[in-house]
Design a protein around this ligand. Structure first.
Ligand code: SAH
Length: 466
């Protein structure tokens, strides 16, 4: 596997300072799976090329590893494309051999590391699952000119057709650290086959290396999924963090699934009962200034607007698209000035502290917590109960025990594909009582919807008051 990086900047051999590898010496590095050689085939004042040649030891890779159960070693373990192609091995080598450059730093040329310079990266053989079109969809939005030359499956037998291997050249004016980062993340995404176990620390890596570009990349969902080896919960976790740090974009999936959830629940028009119960609890609390956190498409907001008692109503959601839909459905633009003054919508994530949420009488968090990753719940609890700290907080969530009553919901499935969990009454109550104790609130529980003697009600609600 060969990667070359060429710069045509003035005093091109300064590339050596950026890579922390002297252009005059060839060097070899031992990696767990083989060797990496760094050398410079071209060193001229206006053009300098650094080469990273990775030699994978296929025998070493297999040694000490268990083959598939009962089969011993298979031929494929020894004979495969790994030694020859760009893959996650390349990413590991980039991090090991060019770690400082990958992080965007240079001891001797810090100002050059921060500058965009003319660069060209050439990957001798890159497997592209998804073909040239996908290759372009990955690199072109980042501002690269992409040249791709597809290889035949077998040059002797052209009628066998094309392989998934390409020689790829990427050209652009980039900071070296950015180019290396894009290769580090996207080469394994194209190959779609990581050689090591992918766990939580890979989420952290993707969030770190994706900073500043992944949140706005049109293929971010697919990138996260493939980078995390199709482990959807990890991909979600990564995206949630990436998006929360940047501007969250349209959440289309959300809208589709909301429809699905609505269909399952319509028989008992649970939604209306829920809104009615929430409004009643808010009125009872005496609140005038209320937050609807995770307001979605604005059904509760509409109901709140009808109640004169509430003189300031604020809808908050992480999804821009949901807020847009809310704005349309409420006909915000057509409202009288007086009504417009009562309502405000803005984007924010509930797992981050936001000063704009402080000082309200009450907050409703309706059917939202089950959309949060369990690992983010603690952050949610602090940002709402410790920092925003409204006088009253109303939280609703599905009662998982009730799900057996929904005929069109297969056993063991959640009511909504985007739910990360659904709690029994005992689980919800334990969570809510923990919060009440920690943040000095009182809590009471209300059943919402038609109650079953054994299973309880379809929705459960906690009312916290300070
Ligand atoms: N409260 C609404 C919508 C429930 S769907 C209703 O009852 O109809 C859940 C909503 O929570 C979605 O609109 C989703 O975009 C939003 N959401 C999910 N995670 C969030 C977060 N971290 N911060 C703010 N809103 C979030």
């Amino acid at each position: 596997m060969l990667l070359t990086i060429t710069s045509t900047m003035a005093s091109a051999p300064d590339l050596g300072y950026l890579l922390h590898k002297n252009p005059l010496h060839a060097q070899v590095f031992n990696l767990g799976f083989g060797k990496a050689h760094v050398f410079y085939p071209v060193v001229e004042p206006e053009r300098c090329t650094a080469a990273l040649l990775i030699e994978i030891d296929p025998i070493g890779l297999v040694r000490g590893r268990q083959g598939p159960p009962g089969e011993g070693r298979t031929l494929e373990q020894y004979v495969n494309d790994r030694p020859y192609v760009g893959s996650s091995f390349l990413s590991v080598a980039l991090a090991d051999v060019f770690g400082t450059a990958l992080a965007g730093r240079s001891k001797e040329r810090p100002e050059l590391a921060a500058q965009e310079i003319p660069l060209e990266a050439r990957l001798s053989v890159l497997p592209c699952r998804g073909g040239e079109a996908f290759l372009r969809r990955l690199f072109e939005p980042l501002g690269y000119a992409v040249m791709a030359e597809r290889h035949a499956l077998d040059e002797q037998n052209p009628d066998w057709g094309a392989s998934r291997y390409f020689t790829v050249t990427l050209t652009g004016s980039k900071r070296l650290g950015d180019l290396l980062t894009h290769l580090y993340v996207l080469v394994p995404v194209l190959d779609d086959d990581k050689h090591y176990w992918v766990g939580d620390d890979e989420v952290e890596k993707l969030v770190r290396h994706g900073e500043g570009w992944l949140a706005t990349h049109p293929e971010r969902e697919l990138i996260a999924r493939r980078y995390l080896k199709q482990q959807r919960s990890l991909a979600r976790q990564a995206l949630e963090q990436i998006m929360a740090e940047e501007q969250p974009a349209a959440d289309e999936v959300q809208a589709d699934h909301a429809q699905e959830e609505a269909e399952i629940e319509t028989r008992i028009s649970l939604n209306e009962q829920r809104i009615g119960t929430v409004i009643a609890a808010l009125k009872q609390s005496g609140a005038k200034r209320v937050l609807d956190l995770g307001c979605g498409e604005g059904q509760l907001l509409r109901a709140l607007l009808k109640e004169k008692l509430f003189d300031e109503i604020v809808g908050v959601d992480v999804s821009h698209r949901a807020l847009e839909i809310s704005r349309d459905r409420l006909r915000l633009e057509q409202m009288s000035e007086k009504q417009q003054e009562r309502i405000k919508l803005f984007q924010s994530s509930l797992v981050y502290r936001d000063k704009r949420l402080a000082g309200y009488d009450a907050a409703a968090v309706i059917e939202v917590i089950e959309h949060l990753e369990p690992s983010r719940l603690a952050a949610f609890e602090r940002s709402i109960f410790e920092f925003a700290c409204p006088g009253t907080v109303i939280v609703t969530t599905p009662n998982a025990e009730y799900n057996v009553k929904f005929e069109n919901l297969p056993a063991g499935r959640f009511r909504h594909q985007d739910h990360r969990f659904e709690w029994s009454r005992a689980e919800f109550e334990a969570w809510a009582k923990g919060i009440a104790a920690r943040f000095r609130y009182n809590v009471r529980f209300v059943a919402v919807g038609q109650e079953d003697a054994v299973l309880g009600s379809p929705t459960q609600m906690a009312v916290f008051a300070r």
